[in-house]
Design a protein around this ligand. Sequence first.
Ligand code: ZN
Length: 464
Amino acid sequence: MKRILLLMLMISTSLMAQKSDEDQLKEIYKQSLLNGKSYEWLDYLSNQIGGRLSGSLNAERAVRYTKQELEALGLDRVWLQPVMVPKWTRGVKEYAYVESEPGKTTSVNICALGGSVATPDGGLKTEMVEVKGLEDLKALGESKIKGKIVFFNRPMQADLISTFAAYGGCVDQRYSGAAEAVKYGAVGVIVRSMNLRLDDYPHTGSMGYGELPVDQRIPAAAISTNDAEMLSTMLALDPGLKFYFSQKCRVFPDVESYNVIGEIKGSTYPNEIITVGGHLDSWDLGDGSHDDGAGCVQSMEVLRLLKESGYTPKRTIRVVLFMNEENGLRGGNKYAEVAKEKGENHVFALESDAGGFTPRGFSFDSDAKNYERILAWKPLFEPYLIHLFEKGGSGADIGPLKGDGTVLAGLRPDSQRYFDHHHAENDTFEHVNKRELELGAATMTSLIYLIDKYGIVQGAKIKG
Ligand SMILES: [Zn+2]
C-alpha cells in the first residue's frame, strides 16, 4: 500500500512538473518578447555585415558570425557543411536612360538580374518593344523583336490577397524572359520589378539562360515600377524611342561556402530529426534583413528559446542556415543529399523565408493524417492571433527533404509589405519591427515544441 501511495505521489509530482501546452507556449512567447536575442542578431547580420550574396566576403563573414553565436548557446553540436556555390558579381552600378530624340534623355533606375551577363562595352542602345508576358513574344514574332530590347511589363496582380501568389504570376518574365526573348532575336531584356508598390527601387532576383551557350546570352535588368510606368507611357507616344543600359556584372568559377548547422540532441529519440531554418545568403542591394536574415535569426532563436523555457527535447532539434537559396539552392540540395547519404530520419522541417512581419500561421506540406493532428493544435495559437493553418508549400531550402514521410512547413507572416522590399535596396534592418520578428520566432518555437512532444506519424507508427 505504501509503495502504491509513493508511486502515485511520484506520478502526480512528475505531472505537475510537466507544463501544460498552454503554459509552455506562454513561457515561449514571454521569453521571446522579454529576453529575445533575434533582433540583436539581425542587427549584427544587417548592419555589421550587410548584403550576403553567395560567394562574397560578406557571406563568409555571416557564416563565421552565426557559427560563433550558435556555439555560444551551448548546443550539443555546431558545424559547417561545405557546399560549392556560384559567384556572380554586380560590378559598378548600372546606368540606363530613355532617349526620345538624339541628346534628349531621361534617366531610369535599373539593376542587373542575378546571373545576367554584362552589356557590351559602352552599353547597349536600341529600340524597344513592350510585352505583357512570355506568351506575347510568339504573337509578335522575330520581325518585331529582332535587334530590339524586350520590355516585360506585366504588373503583379494587386487584387490577389496573397502577394506570393501575385509574385508567382509574374516571376516567369524575370526568370525566363531573356532565354525566351533571345529566340526571337532580342538583344537585351528589361523587366518590370516584382513590386506591388509604385516606387523608384529596382528589384533584382535570379534569372537563367537554360542551355543557351555563353556567347548567345543577352543582358537582363529590372526597372523600378515608377520607371516602368513612365517608359510604357513614353513608348505608347513614341514607339521609335531608344533605350540605353549599361551593366558590368560577371560570373566567376564556383567557390566553397557553407551551411551553418547546430543541434540539440534528442533525449529520447535522437535519431528523429526536426529541422528549422532560413537562408543565410541574400541579394547584394540591401542588407537582406527580411530576405532572409529574419528567418535565420528566428531559427537560431527557436533553439535558444527551447533551452531558456526549460524544455528538454525528446527529438533532435537542428537549426540550419542554408547558403545560396537566392541564386542556386545549392545549400538546400547539399543538406538533403548529405542527410540521405547518412540515412538520417528527418521527421519535420520548418522554414521561415517570407519576411520578418507579423506571423499569421503556417503552411503545411503534409499527408492527411499528420495534418489532422497538427490542426488540433490550432486553438493553442489563437491567443497569439495565429489563425492560419493551411495546406501548401513550405520553403525552397527544405523542399529537397520532401519524401519518406517528412512533414514540411513554412512560417506565413503577413505578406502585404514583403514585396515592397524583396530583393531591393530597401530590404534593410529599419524595416523589420522587433516585436513582429520576436512573435515569429515564438510562433516557430511553439510549433517545434509541439512536434517534438507529440511526434510525427511515419507509416503506421508514432512514438509519443
Ligand atoms: Zn528568401
